[in-house]
Design a protein around this ligand. Structure first.
Ligand SMILES: C[S@@+](CC[C@H](N)C(=O)[O-])C[C@H]1O[C@@H](n2cnc3c(N)ncnc32)[C@H](O)[C@@H]1O
Length: 211
């Protein structure tokens, strides 16, 4: 009987988070990030490999991650860019940036990474400085009027031949559908170059539309 109670509480809690995520989008509280971003389910179903496959070859590139969270994807990107590449990362929550920095230094990638507390709508990176920007489970946390602004910022910091990878996971309370992502990136001046669906997740690769 107590198992039924626990399952009911989990279903109710998850449902409440999804409703809240839809009605009032905002950053996932830092104390929830460990639970949502680093658990056996995520490791098995939503590994950073899905993001890396969409990103293509990143060795030696200058890569930005918007919304690093606790650094699960950032660690994979930092490994993939190699010693000649660089990873810039931002998150709105200082605790998330600290957690990502600690993880990357612990794993030996600290010297190739620059992390800042910053908002997706006002990125601290110079214009046309990056080859690739990655946004995993973050766009839906930006309140709707700011999503186009955040993507315009990504377009500003990307080189003309750069690319953007957006990945969304269904269990995320702020999940955006593939159509929603396509519409947003297109409105922000990108062309969708590729898209891929996985198990309860999807990813879109977009390139700045030539101006
Ligand atoms: C669900 S977590 C995903 C973290 C990481 N990308 C991953 O997949 O493991 C989303 C992160 O985006 C951050 N975030 C939300 N809105 C943001 C904004 N407007 N600017 C910067 N970061 C933001 C949150 O603080 C949170 O750490």
């Amino acid at each position: 009987m107590w198992i039924v109670g626990i399952v009911a509480a989990l279903v109710f809690g998850f449902g409440a988070l999804r409703v809240q995520g839809r009605l009032a989008p905002g950053p996932m509280p830092f104390w929830l990030e460990g639970l949502f971003l680093e658990n056996p389910l995520r490791r098995a179903w939503f590994p950073p490999g899905f993001v890396l496959e969409l990103a293509g070859t990143v060795t030696g590139l200058r890569v930005g991650e918007v919304g690093t969270g606790i650094g699960v994807v950032a660690a994979a990107l930092a490994a993939a860019v190699g010693p000649d590449g660089r990873l810039w990362g931002v998150d709105r929550q200082a605790a998330a940036v600290r957690a990502t920095a600690a993880r990357l230094w612990r794993q030996g990638y600290g010297a190739r990474v620059r992390l800042d507390v910053a908002d997706a709508r006002d990125l601290p990176w110079p214009s046309r400085s990056l080859d690739l920007v990655v946004m995993v489970a973050v766009l839906g946390e930006v309140p709707p009027p700011g999503r186009t602004r955040a993507l315009a910022e990504v377009r500003r910091v990307l080189r003309e031949d750069g690319r953007l990878v957006v990945v969304e996971y269904w269990p995320d309370p702020h999940y955006l559908s593939e159509k929603a992502v396509r519409d947003l990136v297109t409105a922000a001046g990108f062309d969708v170059a590729a898209a891929r669906r996985g198990r309860l997740q999807h990813g879109v690769v977009a390139r700045p539309r030539p101006s």
